[in-house]
Design a protein around this ligand. Structure first.
Ligand SMILES: Cc1cc2nc3c(=O)[nH]c(=O)nc-3n(C[C@H](O)[C@H](O)[C@H](O)COP(=O)(O)OP(=O)(O)OC[C@H]3O[C@@H](n4cnc5c(N)ncnc54)[C@H](O)[C@@H]3O)c2cc1C
Length: 351
């Protein structure tokens, strides 16, 4: 055994980084272990082609909880989220919509296609923002289990029902629509033109294995509106320097609370003794002790690979093995030797 810690976190994606920062902040001697040479997981910015830096996968921020920003003092460590000011929606026959930060200008841009849809878009945006505000307190709570006998679950369900029953009927109707309809069904109710519908439809399919006519796309759409940028519900932003800048901020927070980070340190096995978890063995063979081990890897790697399944309940392992994993997101990164300037797109090379 080379060292002893109170807690080990496996995997330095943004979830592992946040975990490690909270554990270190709580006063635990914490070690974060990352297999790659850099932290960040899918939220990284790297020089994939010499001279060109890419935010390889995840690029936009919205669902980061404001409580985390405040409690981990992320602004002090360099957090700088810039607004995602433009949306370009191409259509058929050269039609397009180019939306920016000014709501009135956006109204006129949509009105260029349809005055009726511009009115509807303004009203729908307003109602979604009100709904997101009403649901926000529930975002940070563990959802009650509707099938459990535990009185705490029953009480939380009652509270949830009372909260939802107290919603303004207009907002409640929109919530019911999101929970029971596809994005396409909602869009057909609100808009008349395909171009405006397609502008909104993407929020219903991002990161999921569904199309705009799939039943669950309404919930996916609502979920993507549950975040905020600078306190404005539903808005998204970019981190200065790419999303890798964001995870570097988290790494500084971990270290500021006294946590240690080791890269090139893949975990091979979680180790047990008669008292339970006793630490981890790295792929190099090195063993590190800690009575608390948190895995920030996906459930399949955690429960079928790095933890020996015989330490786990059979049904858990079976469910994890049965769970269908299908990739739903891909990204194409371009290296441009000459950065074209797009009027109105604000692509300031310093950012
Ligand atoms: C193409 C693409 C685009 C996306 N765009 C967005 C977006 O714009 N906005 C958004 O919010 N989300 C986006 N996402 C989703 C987002 O990237 C992920 O939800 C998020 O990065 C998951 O973070 P995580 O910390 O849970 O896991 P990960 O980021 O996967 O981190 C896991 C870490 O564990 C490490 N690891 C693995 N095995 C071991 C081991 N045995 N020992 C030690 N370390 C190990 C890995 O190297 C990795 O660093 C996108 C995803 C993809 C694929």
């Amino acid at each position: 055994m080379s060292a002893h810690y109170d807690a080990i976190v496996i995997g330095a994606g943004h979830n592992g980084l946040v975990h490690a920062a909270y554990l270190a902040r709580a006063g635990l001697r914490t070690l974060l272990l990352e297999r790659r040479h850099l932290v960040g997981g899918a939220a990284i910015t790297e020089e994939l082609v010499p001279g060109y830096r890419f935010t390889t996968f995840s690029y936009a921020i919205s669902l980061l909880r404001p409580e985390i920003v405040q409690e981990l003092e992320l602004v002090r460590h360099g957090l700088m989220v810039l607004p995602m000011v433009t949306t370009f929606q191409p259509g058929r026959n050269g039609e397009y919509l180019l939306l920016g930060p000014d709501r009135d200008e956006n109204y006129h841009e949509i009105a260029r296609i349809s005055a009726e849809d511009a009115e509807a878009a303004r009203e729908l945006d307003h109602r979604i923002a009100r709904l997101a505000r009403a649901l926000k307190p529930w975002m940070d709570r563990i959802p009650p289990n509707a099938l459990s006998d535990d009185p705490a679950d029953a009480a939380a369900l009652r509270e949830l029902r009372e909260d939802m029953d107290g919603l303004d009927p207009e907002i409640r109707e929109l919530l019911d629509l999101f929970l029971t309809s596809s994005a396409a069904e909602i869009l057909d109710r609100w808009f008349t033109t395909d171009l405006v519908k397609s502008l909104y439809a993407s929020s219903g399919i991002i990161g999921s294995m569904c199309g705009p006519r799939s039943r669950e796309s309404g919930i996916v759409w609502l979920f993507h509106k549950m975040g905020s940028y600078d306190g404005v519900p539903g808005e998204w932003g970019f981190h200065k320097g790419g999303n890798g800048g964001f995870t570097q901020v988290l790494a500084r927070a971990v270290e500021s609370f006294g946590g240690e980070i080791r890269t090139n340190a893949g975990v091979d096995q979680v180790l047990y003794d008669d008292d339970g978890v006793r630490g981890v063995r790295l792929e190099s063979g090195e063993e590190i002790e800690a009575r608390t081990v948190v895995s920030a890897l996906d459930p399949r790697q955690t429960f079928t690979r790095i933890v020996d399944p015989h330490h786990l309940p059979d049904d858990l392992v079976r469910h994890v093995r049965d769970f269908k994993y299908q990739g739903s997101a891909a990204k194409v990164n371009f290296a441009l030797s000459d950065l074209p300037t797009f009027p109105g797109l604000g692509n300031d090379p310093d950012l």
